[in-house]
Design a protein around this ligand. Structure first.
Ligand SMILES: [Zn+2]
Length: 335
């Protein structure tokens, strides 16, 4: 979306809009996640990183509208009890949602109309691939909405597959998504292969990174306590599933882009300099873990995320929420 000159009438206003847009992007980029690579830039005001998003921010400012972000995330808890406390959102999600809301509040301090994040839960998009039951996805989504309401996180809202294909059952909705937005498997496989062989095309490299990352998560999810299958057979299955998950995820990305053309795309994954997506931290700190693959642990001065099995080895007590559900752990201070 290009900003038109006639939309900015007063002389000097153009400069002001551009400066304000830069300030907003610097605010967001303080919390970005960057790929470790040679061309990694270390400053939140990198012009190359701002460039893909400037037009959208300027357009919103010229129209005095909220800066809109979309974030495909919060799919549902990992099915592996060695990683998480259960299938419902807990303190880990609460901390991440508060952080995102707070980021919007920080933007509002420098730009009065403020900002909003639309959380586009992708759980229903690949629940059957990652092995999360549909009713767990439903319960997770409802609880996320409940947290947003009760914690008064007014800058956040949710959007998911159930909101789009309302007359279809979940299988039909996914089929319809793929019919409209799905990419060809062989084409994807060739991109992943090229990306792994030092292709100079950033899209190939991104496809390869996504494939490796997803395979790792899928394998981890199946290595639950009591698993009797061999790791190599799990790995083989997960490689096939990873391709399916990427096709679903890309289809979801395209649908979101079509539905919210004015929104800036955030991602939970680290990005390279100048990317079309902004990689965003979920707890305001650099961590590889997501709330749905871990447990929140209070260390005495801050919350960090850990795998459930890791915190179970530490002197820590389990804390319940107001409904008596497991919420997080607190480390026991030893003198
Ligand atoms: Zn950069």
């Amino acid at each position: 979306m290009k900003i038109l000159d006639e939309e900015i009438s007063a002389p000097g206003q153009h400069v002001e809009v551009s400066e304000q847009a830069e300030r907003i992007l610097i605010k967001v980029m303080q919390y970005r996640r960057m790929m470790e690579s040679e061309d990694r830039c270390d400053t939140a005001n990198c012009t190359n990183c701002h460039a893909p998003h400037l037009d959208k921010v300027r357009t919103a400012i010229a129209q005095q509208e909220k800066i809109k972000f979309v974030l495909p995330a919060f799919p549902g808890k990992s099915p592996n009890p060695a990683k998480v406390l259960g299938f419902l959102p807990d303190m880990a999600e609460k901390k991440a949602l508060s952080f995102l809301n707070n980021l919007c509040m920080q933007i509002q301090e420098i730009y009065e109309p403020g900002a909003e994040v639309i959380i586009c839960s992708d759980g229903r998009v690949f629940s059957d691939v990652v092995g999360i039951p549909e009713n767990y996805i439903t319960a997770y989504q409802l609880e996320i909405d409940h947290i947003i309401r009760t914690m008064n996180l007014t800058a956040l809202s949710t959007f998911n597959l159930d909101n789009i294909f309302i007359d279809a059952n979940f299988d039909e909705a996914r089929i319809e998504l793929l019919e409209n937005y799905g990419q060809d498997l062989e084409h994807l496989k060739s991109k992943v292969k090229k990306g792994g062989n030092d292709s100079s095309n950033p899209e190939d490299r991104e496809a390869h990174r996504m494939y490796c990352g997803l395979t790792k998560f899928l394998v981890e999810d199946l290595l639950f306590p009591g698993q009797t299958r061999s790791k190599s057979s799990i790995q083989k299955e997960c490689k096939t599933k990873a391709y399916q998950a990427i096709i679903r995820s890309n289809a979801w990305t395209d649908l979101i882009a079509e539905k919210f053309p004015e929104a800036i795309r955030l991602s939970i994954h680290p990005q390279i300099c100048g990317s079309k997506k902004i990689g965003i931290q979920l707890l305001g700190t650099e961590t590889w873990m997501t709330p749905w693959h871990g447990v929140a642990v209070y260390t005495g001065n801050e919350f960090v995320l850990m795998k459930h099995k890791e915190v179970q080895k530490l002197p820590a007590k389990l804390v319940q929420d107001e409904n008596g559900r497991p919420s997080h752990y607190e480390l026991i201070q030893q003198n």
